[in-house]
Write a new protein. Structure first.
Length: 650
């Protein structure tokens, strides 16, 4: 009976953790942002651009309305400023990111390489928090705007009135359900969605511009109102420069553009080390997407500002969150407007799918390597449930309001772009490219200013980002604590001298002495042997010293290289470099056991000091009380006591 009851739970567990063992330490996910298999295959850049487009171009569904609310009559001028920042700032930055990070890791990986130790890890975790803000708000904002287009459709307004929250939650749940089932790559779907959506938007823009041109008073009325409200042109430009950070939603998509790089086909001669064709075509992708979006941003902000009454943009207005759909229904009829709504809902929902895939690929790139993710976090389905529940919470907090989520979305986007600008500035400086360094430094200053202004004006974004950061850091540290005694050496490589030492010892009892190197003079090794002999009542001097140098204790997983040397013509020493002394020693002992078939013995001195402070030293700096921690690592790695290397202390 007990077995029967356990079977469903066992099947559920197996289904939830499916693929966990296959994912290993890399923890990838086969979504729109994953590396295609095999790696040399790919798609033409213009098709891959559509994966960026489902995130980037879909913002046209809500960007013009949010811009009108934020900048009012100045929306077209502020949008021109935004476009200049896009083409002269974000685009050059991410073209450089594509060069420096051609495998889709993005600017976070660039900064990770520039920083080490715990401050580097904490900085990356902070950026991951803002990246999570970007992707999760993409999911919730897109779902909220999709529900707005559904509810405001004239054929459904009465039936779905006041159902915004429910429909948004259902769309988020549907997204989670698709990923629980298994999300296959869908570049073809993205091409169809983006192509159709841009074509429909082009029709709306052309018709809108035609009405602006044929009704000459529209432009006159707008310019008169601008002059009355702001005075001369210079004041207008000044105000536009101040308010344009509120339009920062239009900058989204660049990080996604780099994330989809692994799908770009490139040239037949491309290699993993030098994917020249992939980099070149990704630059084309980024440039084409930016130019297309810039044209649409300017034209849509112009026609929506001039043709839609200001009150319709406000909460409850017919153009709130759906300005272009309003024009589509008003000027092209209900049938075209409904087709436009369907296309918008589809691309917005697919933008959420792209964002979910981005989350499932981004987190496993870093957290497992840092030892800062629970074991089950390497499986896709548990993470889908976690992200879906968080999306529910965010939707509830913001009441499924598109306008309210704009600040949080913009904050996530701007922090990532600012970090990318700083990363390429540092990279250019290291490459001694003075002009590029100055240029990227200026761009960094612009984006930092934009970020600060956005945070001051709309603090919701940084609050949500702070919650994600705090959650990620807390879970990460708890996970690292839980995995503190895990054997985390990925490989052991011995040089010729080290191999010789091991072979010589294999015919007799294998004795190692753990030594913390000091002067490394003859007296140090002689005294150490005498002490170990006296403490353990051992005869002879047939010992090999093990000396570990801690490199970066914040690293969790790494390979181990062992080098042998003979000091003072008699003392054999194996030197190791690792992030943790106990892990390095345990890994070498297990390697020796497996290669020789003999159980090695290792001898330690007890370390004086408080046990708790010693544990903290081990946790943070890879040192501390080495003997008991080495034994604990061995105990977890080898449950069979008879086969476990012996640890002696004195």
């Amino acid at each position: 009976m007990a077995t029967t009851e356990q079977q469903p739970a066992g099947r559920l567990r197996a289904w939830m953790l499916e693929g966990l063992s296959d994912m290993g330490r890399s923890g990838g996910h086969q979504g729109p942002h994953a590396e295609p298999e095999p790696a040399h295959k790919g798609q033409p850049w213009w098709r891959v651009m559509c994966l960026t487009g489902v995130d980037y171009f879909s913002t046209l569904g809500y960007q013009p309305g949010i811009a009108a609310l934020a900048a009012g009559l100045l929306s077209p001028i502020a949008t021109i400023v935004l476009v200049l920042v896009t083409l002269a700032g974000a685009l050059p930055v991410y073209r450089r990111v594509a060069e420096e990070s051609p495998h889709g890791e993005g600017s976070i990986a660039m900064l990770e390489r520039l920083l080490s130790f715990w401050q580097g890890k904490l900085f990356v975790l902070t950026l991951l928090g803002f990246a999570a803000t970007d992707f999760l708000i993409t999911i919730t904002l897109s779902a909220a705007d999709a529900s707005t287009h559904l509810i405001e459709n004239p054929h459904l307004t009465g039936a779905l009135h006041d159902k915004q929250m429910l429909i948004t939650l259902l769309l988020v749940a549907l997204l989670g359900a698709v990923f629980l089932k298994g999300f296959l790559e869908a570049i073809g779907v993205a091409v169809a969605l983006v192509g159709g959506y841009l074509a429909l938007n082009a029709v709306v823009v052309v018709v809108g511009l035609w009405h602006v041109v044929t009704a000459g008073h529209v432009v006159t009325d707008w310019s008169s109102a601008l002059t009355t409200e702001h005075g001369n042109v210079f004041v207008m430009i000044g105000v536009a420069l101040v308010v344009f950070p509120k339009l920062a939603l239009g900058l989204s998509g660049f990080e996604t553009g780099v994330a989809v790089m692994p799908h770009v086909k490139g040239d037949p001669g491309d290699t993993d080390e030098r994917p020249v064709g992939r980099i070149r075509d990704t630059k084309k992708l980024l440039t084409a997407a930016a130019v297309i979006m810039s044209v649409f941003l300017i034209t849509t902000s112009f026609i929506t500002t001039l043709l839609i009454p200001e009150k319709e943009f406000e909460s409850g207005g017919n153009a709130n969150g759906r300005a272009l759909a309003y024009l589509a229904h008003d000027y092209l009829g209900s049938v075209f407007g409904t087709v436009y709504d369907i296309s918008t809902i589809a691309i917005l929902w697919f933008a959420g799918a792209s964002a979910m895939a981005g989350l499932l690929n981004l987190m496993p790139r870093y957290l497992p390597r840092y030892g800062m993710a629970p074991h089950w976090a390497r499986a896709v389905r548990p993470m889908v449930i976690v992200f879906t529940l968080i999306a529910f919470l965010v939707t509830w907090i913001f009441d499924a309001d598109v306008d309210a989520q704009g600040g949080a979305y913009a904050t996530g986007v701007l922090v990532l772009i600012s970090s990318a600008a700083i990363a390429v500035t540092i990279a250019a400086r290291k490459a001694r490219q003075r002009n590029w360094t100055i240029g990227f430094a200026v761009i960094s200053a612009v984006f930092l200013y934009t970020t600060v202004v956005n945070v001051i004006e709309r603090p919701d974004g940084v609050k949500i980002g702070a919650c994600f950061i705090a959650g990620i850091i807390l879970v990460s540290l708890l996970s690292r604590l839980a995995r503190a005694f895990e054997l985390r050496v990925t490989s052991v490589t011995l040089d010729d001298m080290a191999e010789r030492f091991i072979r010589d010892m294999a015919s007799r009892k294998m004795r190692f002495i753990a030594n913390e190197p000091d002067q490394r003079d003859k007296a140090e090794y002689r005294d150490k042997i005498e002490q170990i002999q006296n403490d353990n009542d051992l005869p002879g001097e047939d010992f090999v010293f093990l000396e570990v140098t801690v490199v970066d204790p914040s690293e969790f997983e790494a390979g181990l290289t062992v080098r042998g040397e003979v000091l003072h013509d008699r003392y054999r020493v194996l030197t190791l470099e690792s992030s943790s002394i106990p892990n390095a020693l345990a890994a070498l002992l297990l390697h020796v056991r497996d290669t020789t078939g003999r159980i090695p013995h290792i001898y330690f001195e007890w370390t004086e000091g408080n046990p708790f402070s010693n544990f903290l030293r081990f946790f943070l700096f890879g040192q501390g009380e080495v003997a008991p921690v080495t034994r604990e690592v061995l105990r977890e790695a080898e449950p069979d006591r008879e086969r476990r290397p012996r640890v002696h202390t004195g």
